[in-house]
Write a protein that binds this ligand. Structure first.
Ligand code: ZN
Length: 472
């Protein structure tokens, strides 16, 4: 475990810091296939917390979980033209079974619209079959050719994909936003990360969608990351897959569809947003252990201290607490649990027994001595959550620069900011920005109103407010 020492400083060498922290904190293990990694229990637990929370909320909306197979016949995945165009470069194919060549190649799902909607066309016959609301938790394969980065850019990752079908466009569009707000809530309440809700520019929308909405997080280096998306698909897929229903008026109609997802990419946001030079800093809602008790004793006081530490553990009801009674030194334990990001450390030693107190150290920095009788771990965890959230909110607010012309816009991005500008809607500005700075539109925030009548790029009439950024 000596290798746990010596994390690179996050600010100085971010890439090295990230690679080391996810490995040493036992979140992931690399495998022999590049871009395909093991989600170790410490990371998988976080994913399970997201699942628990999200399942509860979508079930309230009448969404049911199910499971579709991962193999999609070529003829099916190619049915909706815009859709396959968007994914073609990253689809992995199964072409052989044993030694024999398959008659039709099978795509490994890069997303499940096609395989699902082919079946939806059988399930949906009349207005009585609507709305249809389903969700699945599964793995996805997208054969990225950029360098894979664990969580952020994996070839295989985990997600949920919700797919719904409505008779009314209005109902479908309302749901798009309802789900987006739910994702925002997950980021706020579980991740302690504020995000920006908005609409993607047409260029950045999901392949085959009418429009896409997203939540975007801004990380300390000024890059943004698309944290979750909710799409309104309109009727394009219904047309392509022959989904129609007989309405009350006896007429056959096309329904409106949505799809929405959050993936294990979001865990990368948590790691980058909160981590520091000592390692991970986990928000309490995602930490497998929210508090770790470290007993400090001599040979003579060992039994007595351990006995009290066990009693303390038993008293922490409704908290995911762990007593580290291993034979490692207290200093080793401090480093280890800090590296793994545990929100609270509770130290209990011989002196503390006598004084009827414990020493509490928050992973966010503060250390205090607290009387046993007034120890409120849940309140302390809430403090840690709020501190993390507020710090991330400061980052978000300090990293956005409002710009009025092209020079300001390019300068802002070059110096590590997210540029907020008014835009005329011309996609050639997006192409140029991508080519020159490797930056793109993040989204068009719902909360923003036009603050200039001129497009920052060309001076023509502005129609939208856009966030431009370098992105993960
Ligand atoms: Zn313009």
């Amino acid at each position: 475990m000596g290798e746990e020492q010596g994390l690179k400083a996050k600010k100085e060498d971010f890439k090295a810091w990230y690679a080391e922290v996810i490995k040493q904190a036992e979140l992931i293990e690399h495998t022999r296939v590049s871009g395909c990694m093991v989600f170790r229990p410490w990371a998988y637990f976080m994913w399970e917390q997201i699942q628990k929370y999200f399942n509860k909320e979508i079930k309230k909306l009448g969404v049911e979980n199910l499971y579709f197979p991962m193999l999609i016949p070529k003829s099916i995945i190619e049915k909706e033209e815009g859709h396959i165009k968007g994914f073609k470069a990253e689809v992995a194919w199964v072409t052989k079974g044993g030694d024999s060549k398959l008659e039709e190649p099978l795509a490994i799902r890069p997303t499940s619209e096609s395989v699902m909607y082919d079946i939806f066309s059988k399930w949906i016959r009349s207005w009585r079959d609507l709305p249809l609301k389903i969700n699945q938790w599964c793995n996805i394969v997208r054969w990225e050719f950029k360098t894979p980065t664990p969580f952020l850019r994996n070839r295989e990752f985990l997600w949920q994909e919700g797919h719904t079908v409505y008779a009314s466009k209005k109902d479908a569009e309302e749901e798009v936003l309802k789900i987006l707000r739910l994702y925002e809530k997950i980021f706020k309440e579980l991740f302690a990360v504020p995000v920006i809700m908005g609409k993607k520019t047409p260029k950045e929308k999901f392949a085959g969608a009418d429009y896409s909405t997203s939540i975007e997080a801004i990380l300390p280096d000024g890059k943004t990351i698309q944290a979750a998306t909710s799409h309104h698909l309109g009727q394009g897929f219904a047309k392509a897959f022959g989904i129609s229903y007989l309405d009350k008026d006896g007429k056959r109609k096309l329904p409106y569809q949505n799809s929405w997802g959050i993936s294990t990419r979001s865990l990368g946001v948590v790691i980058i947003a909160h981590g520091d030079d000592k390692g991970l800093v986990l928000p309490p809602a995602l930490a497998k252990y929210q508090a770790v008790i470290v007993p400090i004793y001599t040979n003579k006081s060992k039994d007595l201290v351990l006995e009290e530490a066990r009693a303390l553990l038993r008293s922490l009801k409704g908290v995911r607490a762990y007593l580290d009674d291993s034979d490692k030194s207290p200093g080793w334990k401090f480093n280890h649990w800090e590296l793994k990001g545990v929100p609270l450390r509770i130290e209990i030693g011989e002196r503390d027994l006598k004084a009827n107190q414990v020493v509490v150290v928050k992973r966010t920095g503060e250390k205090k001595i607290i009387k046993r009788s007034s120890l409120n771990v849940k309140a302390l965890l809430k403090e840690v959550h709020d501190e993390l959230y507020n710090k991330a909110l400061d980052v978000l607010n300090s990293k956005i620069k409002t710009v009025y012309n092209k020079k300001e816009l390019y300068d802002a991005i070059k110096s590590g900011f997210v540029a907020k500008s008014c835009w005329c809607g011309d996609e050639s500005h997006e192409d140029e920005l991508k080519e020159k700075l490797g930056a793109k539109s993040a989204n068009m925030p719902f909360s923003e109103k036009l603050f200039s009548d001129k497009c920052a790029f060309c001076g023509k009439k502005a129609k939208y407010v856009v966030l431009w950024s370098r992105q993960y």
